[in-house]
Design a protein around this ligand. Structure first.
Ligand code: SIN
Ligand code: MN
Length: 236
């Protein structure tokens, strides 16, 4: 698949701009999609959401394990393994509303990755894409995320992933198993990664973050911020 209409800054100031690339059918990496100014704005918004009404925290898994990333949600609160409007596993508060500008950002991201039509039959046409939840994950240098599927959503619309701060190794696999075949991709600050259509339910994870690779001009002195936009398909 050729990423259609992909428009990228190629990474601001990058000596060798990295081109948009289809990693597998439906999965597109658009390096350097966010300008430094846009990244800074997003970092500010994430800082505000991290303060409340539901504070950013390490999610506790049903077996008692604790996720190494810290998470805060907007629109709908994700807890293992369901969405709700209130953070019943944290402080019971209702999550912050999902702002319209984030819907627009999601639509622009789909256009950048796929062109105006989106992947066939995916429900991912940019004009109708209406993400209603954002999961914001903060990775310090030691944080990781194991291979998993994003499958609590009832909608099959694409997931839009934005990265800010330290570069990471992102592993993008297949929809059948946690293992091979997979492709390892470096996600740097400002990169967009979209997975929809046949890639929507592929296993993916973050085996490694590269500390010290963040550009402080983005507002992230250290660590990595990842924002995923999703359509939950839930009513209301
Ligand atoms: C996620 O799978 O929800 C996060 C992926 C990432 O941090 O790039
Ligand atoms: Mn995921």
């Amino acid at each position: 698949m050729t990423p259609g209409g992909a428009k990228s800054t190629g990474g601001e100031g990058a000596l060798f701009p990295r081109e948009p690339r289809a990693v597998s059918p439906g999965a597109v990496h658009v390096p350097g999609w966010l300008s430094t100014a846009r990244q800074r704005e997003l970092v500010e918004s994430c800082r505000a959401w991290a303060r409340g009404p539901v504070p950013m925290r390490h999610t506790v898994l049903p077996g008692g394990g604790v996720m190494s990333v810290q998470t805060v949600c907007v629109g709908w609160h994700w807890q293992p393994y369901r969405y709700g409007r209130t953070a019943d596993d944290v402080n019971g508060a209702r999550v912050a509303d999902f702002p319209d500008w984030l819907v627009e950002l999601g639509r622009a991201a789909l256009t950048a990755a796929y062109g105006v039509e989106g992947p066939a039959g995916s429900g991912g046409e940019p004009g109708t894409y209406t993400p209603d939840t954002a999961l914001i994950n903060f990775y310090d240098g030691a944080a990781r995320m194991g291979m998993h599927q994003d499958k609590e959503e009832r909608s099959g619309a694409p997931v839009v992933s934005l990265s800010i701060g330290d570069t990471c190794l992102f592993r993008f696999g297949n929809a059948e198993t946690r293992g091979r075949p997979y492709t390892d991709v470096e996600l740097a600050s400002g990169d967009l990664f979209v997975f929809g259509g046949p890639a929507r339910f592929a296993y993916h994870g973050v085996p490694k973050v590269y500390p010290g690779t963040a550009d402080p001009a983005t507002g992230m002195g250290s660590g990595r911020l990842n924002i995923t936009l999703r359509e939950t398909g839930l009513p209301g």
